[in-house]
Design a protein around this ligand. Sequence first.
Ligand SMILES: NC(=O)C1=CN([C@@H]2O[C@H](COP(=O)(O)OP(=O)(O)OC[C@H]3O[C@@H](n4cnc5c(N)ncnc54)[C@H](O)[C@@H]3O)[C@@H](O)[C@H]2O)C=CC1
Ligand SMILES: O=C(O)C1=N[C@H](C(=O)O)C[C@H](O)C1
Length: 266
Amino acid sequence: MTTSAPGEQDSPSTTGEPPRINVGVLGARGRMGTEVVKAVNAADDLELVAMVEAGDWLFNVADAGAEVVVDFTRPDVVMDNIRFCIDNDIHCVVGTTGFDEAKLATVAEWLQPKPDLGVIIAPNFGIGAVLLMRFAQEAARFFPSVEVVELHHPNKVDAPSGTAVRTARLVAAARRAAGLPPAPDATTDSLPGARGADVEGVAVHAVRLSGLVAHQEVLMGAPGETLTLRHDSYDRASFMPGVLLAVREIRRHPGLTVGIEGLLGL
Ligand SMILES: NC(=O)C1=CN([C@@H]2O[C@H](COP(=O)(O)OP(=O)(O)OC[C@H]3O[C@@H](n4cnc5c(N)ncnc54)[C@H](O)[C@@H]3O)[C@@H](O)[C@H]2O)C=CC1
Ligand SMILES: O=C(O)C1=N[C@H](C(=O)O)C[C@H](O)C1
């Protein structure tokens, strides 16, 4: 087991302020986990009580008294982590990607016997990215053509991004609701993959490039015009306001919440 010593902490409040929320971070030494540790340590109302990495004993978070766990690990381990948190009555804020409808249904089922417990799963905690998804949903019904392009750093483990898949699903649902036919496309691929992945009829393309962090474009087209919606995360600090909002709000949102739109009042 590697170390799980928490970072610098403020002393507990003696001024009658509400008690701080005890937070554990899973994937604490990863790209996102490192940023979450910094953000929690910098927040007066939160206390970092556990940092857990691959190979660590997950019971560290329970033993340390974590009330909320933040998970930025890997798609292949996140379900086990959520199960552990639910079994141990710990709220769970999940940024790790890789959730399909079946996995979300499983988490909802696990939560059923624990009506006071919350799990928030969001493919993107960036406020701009959440707004981009909303704008894309709004615009979708006006354009016969739509494609999603996500662009990320080359160490990302999954493709397409969780955000791109969710964006495509939301856009596809808006198109269905408006009664739009499939996007026009007379192309026959001469190489498999040339037209990207098909997510409910929306083409999704994944770019991996050194120098990038996390970026997404939604391209929409109609005769004689196009609309391009683009969001750029240049720094992982961009995800922290959303993560901290979820940590602070989760006790007021029992059950499964997908995305942070509701927490933002959208
Ligand atoms: N929802 C959002 O806003 C965002 C989501 N992500 C997602 O978060 C996930 C992590 O991304 P990165 O931090 O870039 O990856 P990373 O590879 O830098 O970090 C993952 C960390 O998790 C650790 N880990 C692996 N298995 C573990 C386990 N069983 N228990 C505890 N720790 C474990 C790894 O050792 C590593 O340090 C990915 O799914 C990514 O797509 C990334 C950025 C923003
Ligand atoms: O791995 C990343 O970096 C990111 N992952 C999330 C995703 O897959 O959507 C969110 C953001 O795009 C950064």
